[in-house]
Design a binder for this molecule. Structure first.
Ligand code: HEM
Length: 221
């Protein structure tokens, strides 16, 4: 069986407007989250620095997206991190988490305002309690792309995220970002981890809101 269909133009006809009902394993991420228990290991001139951080994450359902016949349901996310000691942002990250129900493909796009982007991919069942996604520098599909300075000074060779969903509704992650730091013989394991608690439920995606409003209007008239 070929991986992709011959017809790359025809879009699916069975698209459900309600993203929250079709997010598979990503459903448990929707909403707003907070934790003060993050731990970061980052590269400094004198060696690894360990910092505890405060994290706020927002995952908003987006309307269904198609690439020809390929259908994704997803979340747009924003991670904001700071620390007790400093007011300045410690880490900021935006992107999308996407789920393709037809194949079990899970994608995370990562954009970091130090001039870096990545697409990580993995496979999961709709009710998975664990997600593992990876991106590798040099790959054209699920790769990592950085500024010329980062390529020279802090080359990012790989990225891996593992998420665990817990029975109490919280979720935790560990990210492993392997950096080749200029002048250092050994790769640096830049690791971040946290466990987050929900502070707000998600609101439905824009199309689902429109469909609901229209059906309520029809019901009134
Ligand atoms: C919770 C997530 C993360 C936190 C809190 C965090 C925090 C940090 C901090 C504090 C530094 C040191 C900055 C400095 O010395 O000026 C750093 C360096 C770096 N991080 Fe992260 N990071 C996170 C995730 C990531 C991810 C996901 C990637 C890439 C996929 C990444 C790529 C890098 C790179 C390339 C550097 C070296 C550049 C530099 O030090 O200027 N980080 N990170």
């Amino acid at each position: 069986m070929p991986l992709f269909p011959e017809d790359i133009f025809t879009e699916p006809t069975d698209v459900d407007p309600d993203t929250l009902a079709n997010l598979g394993p990503l459903r448990r991420l929707a909403g707003e989250w907070e934790a003060r228990t993050g731990v970061d290991l980052n590269p400094k001139a004198d060696g690894p620095e360990r910092r505890v951080y405060i994290e706020r994450v927002l995952f908003e359902p987006i309307d269904p997206q198609t690439n020809g016949p390929q259908l994704f349901y997803g979340l747009r996310y924003h991670i904001h991190i700071n620390t007790e000691e400093e007011d300045i942002t410690f880490h900021d990250q935006v992107g999308y988490w996407l789920w393709e129900p037809a194949t079990g493909l899970v994608l995370q796009t990562v954009a970091i305002p130090r001039g870096q982007v990545a697409i990580a991919s993995g496979q999961a069942a709709p009710d998975a309690d664990r997600l593992v996604l990876t991106a590798t520098r040099g790959q054209t599909e699920y790769g990592i792309c950085s500024t010329a300075f980062l390529e020279y000074a802090f080359r990012t060779d790989s990225y891996r995220i593992e998420i665990l969903f817990h029975p109490d509704g919280s979720w935790s992650y560990v990210t492993d970002t392997v950096l080749t730091v200029h002048g250092r013989a050994e790769p640096f394991a830049h690791r971040d981890q946290n466990r987050l608690t929900r502070t707000k439920e998600a609101v439905p995606n824009p199309l689902a809101q429109i469909v609901t409003a229209k059906s309520m209007g029809r019901a009134k008239s």
